[in-house]
Design a protein around this ligand. Sequence first.
Ligand code: NAD
Length: 360
Amino acid sequence: MDSFEYNANPGRVIFGSGSIQKLPDEIMRLNVSSPLLLSTPRGSGHVYELTRILKGASIKPAGTFNGAVMHTPTSVTFEGMQFLKSKSADCIVSIGGGSVVGLGKALSARTGAPHICIPTTYAGSEMTPILGETYAGHKTTRTDPKILPAVVIYDVDLTMTLPPAICTLSGVNAIAHAVEALYAKNSNPVISLLALEGTRALAQALPQIFQDPSAQPARERALYGAWICGTCLGSAAMAIHHKLCHVLGGSFGLPHAETHTIVLPHALSYNAPAIPKQMKELATVLPGSEGDALKGLNFLLDSLQAPRALRDFGMRESDIDEAAEIAMAVQYPNPRALEKDAIRELIRRAWAGELAKANL
Ligand code: NAD
């Protein structure tokens, strides 16, 4: 057996249908009483529901800040901090996708107020001590144990309205965390087990949601998979896939979940020759693989009618060379050394929307 190191992130997870009803108990458990509720402008329905539940337990929210937007701009964080202070809030409750979770993390890390997170997508940010923020158009990422939310409440009922197309993108984004955890430089047997279980759950559930968006058991299984994949992201170092998505999102403004979905099969095909054991394991949890993980991933993306081409999201052919240059400029651990021509070809295939093939 290979030697390994294992670090578990602390954190409390409450999972189940109707579990937002437990929010008042969780606030009291943290010994706080005045929550600031965070959402996007479109998340006011969820905030209304939270307010109703809190009032039923005689907890008065300190206030509601619904200014969360994509990429956690520091200008919004500073606005949120002023609001939090003006209302004397002593804890933060974020409800929504990764954009809201990011704002909750940014506020909690700066103020020390404990963060209760109620995710409504599969992005997985709630399980990580990682925070990406933008300032003057530049995205920086940092990791700090105090960024990790204190409590995460997963309530499938809140995800029933997530449109199947967003389930697909967000779900494949989650699978990408698990895939990279399998071959991370700090991978270990526990995280590998989680990575396979999370992938298995999402690969089963996403096509069922696509066929029948009202299928509650499938939604529940997808959320369970998203939790596990988020745990993988929070514990293992990410490699070429996440690096490329960071470059493509940060330098070319490509959308987060769409980029992850399109790049994943190509990143896997690049690494395939260096990770035969992981490819075999991955094939066992991807339906339609017939022993070939790449075939299984292509099968999954086809069955979800997932987007395949970065050019459909505004990337220009002339951006390919620059993207390859940036990806090569900062070296990072990856099971296969970075080769400029193959990386360029990987990006070109993702740009053109070609089927991923293990011949990079
Ligand atoms: P998002 O929060 O922008 O949500 C995507 C869309 O889904 C939005 O339009 C939102 O309004 C909608 N939505 C959310 N919940 C819904 C629901 N229940 N019903 C209907 N619509 C709903 O995006 P995301 O994909 O959840 O998260 C992406 C962001 O998270 C990115 O900024 C990314 O960088 C960040 N992220 C961070 C980490 C980390 O560890 N720091 C990990 C993963 C993602």
